[in-house]
Design a protein around this ligand. Structure first.
Ligand code: WTA
Length: 656
């Protein structure tokens, strides 16, 4: 087991628990019996969850694991994902229910009912078809949080095309590599986006990314900021000119349960992002079930708000697919939480009477920093469930969230999962679980997870090790796009003998057997809940002409969870005072932002004469993390040259 930060060790001495109120438990969607029912017959349990959906053809087999680790769920079943998320609610008489309360950053708003959403999705599906997009084609989407983003995803799902949503903050280089990897035929974007009160260009970045991209036939542009954009005749089309005139009728075709739904790229331990592949029936079952159980969502009563961006999996599973399959009324907010003021989220909750709020620890810690008096000014009494996702939540942040946002009345659910798992895996159930601040606690009914040691043996109560998933689950990834070997190698080789999925996270059982997540054990950093690989940032740094070598570590950060700290060796001939000066360092940070995106900008870059390496040449990041976190340097005996750390430390102390 790799080292843990002291802050995470502190988590484990937490002993407070919060039982559910009787009132909440009496009306809760989940019941304590679900655990035993699922344990007794896991497949029957999942089959019952699949009944939440409309199937055009019922499945013949719940799980086919004969070609493990490539799973098939609900084989023989056929369904249309978009029909399940939109049409069936209209057909059941809920066409007038608001699906989306959209709030633009500048203050403009739109309420979209299920009937309207259906029309929009049908038009967009017809529009994509008119461009020659057919089932199995890939459509890349780089859009901010506007309704068209959701409409575009559902339109793809409706015609069986796969979407690949690329986070709006990713650089042209990052977008291009994703477009090329998936061979996207169409790209959907906008003219620009509002960020912190200003309009920032989007289309211009997309153009830069797509120069010479051979797979791309059309670029569809949503008008949002109204700013002028560069235009490629014959390739570019305005969304409103293409989509608006289309007929609002479109017959959804039923696709196989294992028909691919989307690709979503995520960082792994190498420089090349992995295209995580999700399919239809099992995925939609998993996200609909978990949204129902974990958030206790009641259609037609609750107002739900997940603050994620559709560029990440949380946006896919808990803004688009799970919630819409469950007939949610939800808030979608375009902008940043402090524009135009730091009470923006609370103002929105007050206005729309939001009852379920799902956000990330990094934001909770930011709210704490901004001060208790800010949420105190708003009426947050509509809230009844609070969720957290993306990284371990420290007990202090959990308690603050419960008290200052939840008024000590709302259950807090800390949900552990990954892009690869498709949906929530480990989480308390509101109304059932006695919650513990900072712990995700137990695998959900139907899910199985274990904490094991190096040899794959489960550790006992109080023991720590690696988190593994020891049984297949419906929302699981079906592979890495175009790279079956990498899929097997990345997730299934570490505990091949036991057939466990290796999540890449460290975890521990407490004395009650509850699970505490302890952060990544591989070379993946978690910055504000975003996964960034150390190798990716290192490659970006090395691609700069002044850098010879780079090593990157994630150092504990009080707000972002981890911060990116880079150690660079300059090329021979580059004068250190020139290339190591404040301006040159800033240039390197900007270079990383340009190569990957602003989220990957190192918090700190240190110029060093050497890097600590083992005799086989592997960089010992553990020692660099000690430097980055101002700790005493750990064991250096495995270094090829044990004086390197002295050289690094003395260089830093002398201010070089
Ligand atoms: C981390 C986000 C602790 C974890 C849904 C995982 C968490 C990675 C939690 C996946 C949590 C996510 N407690 N750690 N509640 N939720 N993580 O793919 O390290 O962006 O492996 O999916 O985030 O990040 P991803």
């Amino acid at each position: 087991m790799t080292e843990q930060s002291p802050a995470l060790d502190n988590l484990l001495t937490e002993s407070r628990t919060f039982p559910p109120s009787e009132e909440f438990a009496a009306r809760a969607n989940a019941t304590p019996e679900w655990y035993a029912e699922a344990d007794q017959d896991r497949e029957a349990f999942w089959a019952r969850q699949a009944e939440r959906l409309h199937w055009d053809t019922r499945w013949s087999q719940v799980l086919d694991w004969s070609q493990a680790p490539f799973a098939k769920w609900f084989t023989g079943g056929k369904l249309n994902v978009a029909y399940n998320c939109v049409d069936r609610h209209v057909e059941a008489g809920h066409g007038d229910q608001v699906a989306i309360h959209w709030v633009g950053e500048p203050g403009d708003t739109r309420d979209i009912t299920y009937a309207q959403l259906k029309d929009e999705v049908c038009k967009a599906a017809n529009a994509l078809t008119s461009l020659g997009v057919t089932a199995n084609d890939r459509v890349a989407i780089q859009l901010q949080m506007i309704p068209e983003a959701i409409v575009a995803m559902l339109a793809c799902a409706r015609i069986g095309a796969m979407h690949s949503v690329v986070f709006g903050g990713f650089s042209p280089t990052a977008l291009r590599s994703r477009v090329d990897d998936a061979q996207a035929k169409v790209v959907i974007t906008s003219d620009g986006q509002y960020r912190r009160g200003k309009a920032a260009p989007m289309k211009a970045n997309v153009d830069e990314a797509l120069a010479g991209a051979e797979s791309v036939e059309k670029v569809v542009v949503v008008r949002r900021t109204g700013d002028d954009v560069p235009w490629t005749q014959g390739r570019d089309l305005w969304w409103h000119e293409l989509v608006d005139p289309q007929p609002a009728e479109h017959t959804p075709q039923a696709f196989d349960s294992e028909h691919p739904l989307y690709i979503l790229y995520t960082s792994g331990t190498t420089g090349k992002p992995k295209g995580i592949l999700h399919t239809s029936g099992g995925y939609l079952t998993h996200v609909a079930y978990t949204h129902h159980a974990v958030f206790d969502h009641k259609p037609g009563e609750d107002v739900y708000w997940c603050t994620a961006d559709i560029g990440w999996v949380t946006g896919h599973s808990y803004i688009v697919y799970g919630p819409l399959a469950n007939r949610v009324t939800q808030v979608v907010y375009e902008g940043t939480p402090n524009t135009p003021h730091e009470g923006r989220h609370w103002e929105i909750i007050q206005k729309y009477k939001v009852s379920i709020y799902y956000t990330a620890p990094t934001l909770i810690r930011t709210f704490m920093k901004w001060g208790n008096d800010i949420p105190a000014k708003y009426d947050l009494s509509s809230l009844r469930v609070l969720g957290s996702v993306g990284e371990p939540i420290n007990p202090e942040a959990w308690m603050w969230y419960r008290e200052h946002i939840g008024g000590n009345r709302c259950p807090v659910v800390d949900t552990w999962w990954q892009t690869e798992t498709g949906g929530i895996m480990i989480s308390p159930l509101p109304g059932v679980t006695h919650a513990k601040p900072g712990s995700a606690q137990r695998p959900l009914p139907g899910i199985s997870a274990k904490v094991v040691d190096d040899t794959g043996t489960e550790v006992g109560k109080g023991g720590g090790g690696y988190l593994v998933l020891d049984k297949p689950w419906p929302g699981m990834l079906r592979g890495i796009w175009g790279d079956d070997e990498r899929y097997k190698e990345t997730y299934w080789s570490r505990f091949a003998e036991q057939g466990f999925y290796f999540a890449g996270d460290g975890a521990k059982y407490d004395a009650d057997g509850d699970i505490w997540l302890l952060g990544r054990v591989d070379d993946v950093m978690n910055v504000s809940g975003h996964r960034i690989s150390t190798t990716e940032v290192e490659s970006a740094l090395v691609s700069h002409p002044t850098v010879a070598e780079a090593a990157v570590v994630g150092a504990t950060d009080p707000t972002t969870g981890q911060g990116i700290v880079a150690f660079v060796i300059l090329r021979g001939g580059v004068a250190e005072d020139e290339a190591g000066g404040a301006e040159a360092i800033q240039a390197l940070r900007d270079h990383v932002a340009k190569e990957i995106g602003p989220i990957a900008k190192p918090r700190q870059i240190m110029v060093v004469p050497e890097l600590p390496k083992t005799r086989s040449g592997k960089i010992m990041r553990r020692l660099l993390r000690d430097v980055a976190e101002n700790r005493e340097i750990g064991d250096v005996t495995t270094l090829a040259d044990s004086s390197v750390m002295d050289l690094i430390s003395s260089g830093l102390k002398s201010g070089k």
